[in-house]
Unconditional design. Structure first.
Ligand code: NAD
Length: 383
């Protein structure tokens, strides 16, 4: 089958991590007889430089014609002093809103190969894990097109005061909760709504909506947690969580926190969806690693491409319903980690946190070599 994939390489390490991800997709396409047509589009700092705005209209229109969008990352110090509306990150908000992808799925699991890269002790990892094992596997479902990032904002008092607004409608909360519940049904059937209902009115609405929607998902255990407590529980006992559903702002922050527990922010993928019906080809979705453009390491061939490669796997699963292909990519990533291949971010953390001397069995590789290794692992699976 033929598929059109919009590619937004973006800035910093964005193009470096996107290259390996498309190479992996091509290996998958060759094996399964699918053709992926890539439509490369500009957004972010690159687009500001070439046409003066972070999200050119042509980019959004062209993206809408594709079956899925895969993005590297946008932003960087070069554009940091521009006014808010012209910052590269506005491109992300514009794409998410323009494509109507309101639910951002961010899985964060501790792979056994990277256990030593996790900063938590075994006893902490075992705590609250149902099997008592040093492991966690959670999914953060972040609302993506509402809340503080999309509310009214501005300055007053000649620039000496500022405001941002958190607004949520019943419908916005309900639809993201339903995606969370759908995901929970495929997992361990537990869903935690994270908010700040002791202070924020918008959070109190989240609780009301959740209480109503939960009635339809009696097979799922629903719980509630304030965001400050959740931030604490994530490092105290991450194994207690299955699916977390939360607002745009809280999801952004909590998923970065969770990423550190998995070894590196470079490992984690994400999928932004407008609907989720398991086992069916989804509508246009947007896929990207959860990290940013990492200007500090750009151009050095040291960025970890696995988060982007795994975002490609999510694309195969959610937008194209190619479950077998998605699982093959995920297995290939595990194979290269089993073989001891590590980009600098995960090798370094092993050395810092590991309980054993792992450096001898781990081999430092660059961005390109890591991507090539995943391609080879896939080819070997099918040899
Ligand atoms: P960041 O995620 O870019 O980097 C945080 C830290 O993680 C850095 O030390 C970086 O080197 C490291 N890191 C990130 N990705 C990595 C990878 N794949 N491999 C190895 N190490 C990795 O966050 P930041 O420094 O806060 O932001 C940098 C720029 O990215 C800013 O302009 C920010 O606005 C932008 N940003 C973009 C997105 C996006 O495009 N989705 C998301 C977050 C931040």
């Amino acid at each position: 089958m033929d598929y059109a994939i919009a590619l937004v390489p973006g800035d910093g390490i964005g193009p470096e991590v996107l290259g390996p991800a498309t190479e992996v997709l091509d290996v998958v396409g060759d094996h399964y007889g699918h053709v992926f047509h890539y439509v490369e589009l500009e957004a972010g700092g690159k687009a500001i430089d070439s046409c003066g705005e972070p999200l050119p209209r042509e980019t959004l229109e062209a993206a809408k014609q594709c079956d899925a969008l895969l993005l590297g990352a946008v932003g960087g110090p070069k554009w940091d002093t521009l006014p808010g509306q012209l910052r590269p990150e506005r491109a992300l908000l514009g794409l998410r809103a323009g494509l109507g992808v309101f639910a951002n799925l961010r899985p964060a699991a501790l792979l056994p190969q990277l256990k030593d890269a996790c900063p938590l002790k075994d006893e902490v990892l075992c705590r609250s894990n149902p099997q008592g094992k040093p492991h966690f596997d959670l999914l953060i479902v972040r609302e993506l097109t509402g809340g503080l990032y999309f509310g009214a904002r501005g300055r007053g008092n000649e620039g000496k005061s500022a405001f941002d607004t958190e607004t949520y409608s019943w419908e916005e909360i309900e639809r993201v909760l339903r995606i969370g519940y759908t995901a929970a049904r495929l997992r361990r059937k537990r869903l935690c709504v994270v908010d700040k209902a002791n202070v924020l009115e918008s959070s109190r609405l989240w609780r009301e909506v959740a209480a109503a929607v939960a009635q339809e998902y009696q097979d799922i255990e629903t719980s509630y947690l304030y965001v400050d407590n959740c931030a604490m529980q994530l490092i105290r006992a991450p194994g207690q969580f299955d699916v977390i559903v939360t607002s745009n702002l809280f999801g952004d922050i909590l998923s970065d926190e969770a990423s550190v527990l998995t070894g590196s922010i470079g490992m984690l993928p994400s999928a932004s969806l407008s609907s989720f019906v398991p086992g069916h080809k989804g509508p246009m979705g947007m896929y990207e690693p959860i990290h940013g453009s990492a200007p500090d390491i750009a151009g050095q061939d040291i960025a970890n491409p696995l988060g982007t490669i795994l975002s490609g796997a999510m694309l195969l699963r959610y937008s194209f319903n190619l479950e077998e292909a998605a699982a093959a990519v995920e297995a290939a990533v595990q194979t290269v980690l089993d073989a001891g291949l590590r980009t600098k971010d995960i090798l370094n953390r092993s050395a810092v946190y590991g309980t054993e001397k792992k450096e001898k069995t781990e081999k430092l590789v660059g961005t390109k070599a890591m991507g090539e290794a995943v391609c080879r692992a896939l080819a070997q699976t099918w040899a």
